[in-house]
Ligand binder design. Structure first.
Ligand SMILES: [Zn+2]
Length: 91
């Protein structure tokens, strides 16, 4: 059985969590994790709701679910029109 990510207790399941360290307005501060949690820590984080709960060990603020904070872009528009290869008939 996994151990709780936040304390030494055994975890009872894995939960979707979000962590914020630093500026909450900056999407780079946010991290999405699936972590094992014990019932106690799971309850603490769920009760904290939108305010989240700071883990003293790391200084990160944790939230339940993956919907809080700035959404992490799942893709980046890598297509740069200037770099687009022209179609060349001659090869
Ligand atoms: Zn715990």
């Amino acid at each position: 059985m996994d151990r709780c990510a936040f304390c030494p207790r055994p975890a009872t399941g894995k939960w979707a969590l979000s962590a914020c360290k630093g500026d909450a307005e900056d999407s780079a501060s946010w991290r999405r994790e699936i972590l094992p949690l014990c019932p106690r820590c799971d309850a603490l984080i769920m009760q904290a709701g939108d305010k989240g709960r700071v883990l003293k060990a790391t200084g990160e603020r944790w939230f339940g679910g993956h919907r809080v904070g700035r959404p992490q872009p799942k893709w980046t528009p890598a297509q740069d029109p200037n770099k687009e290869e022209p179609i060349s008939a001659s090869g």
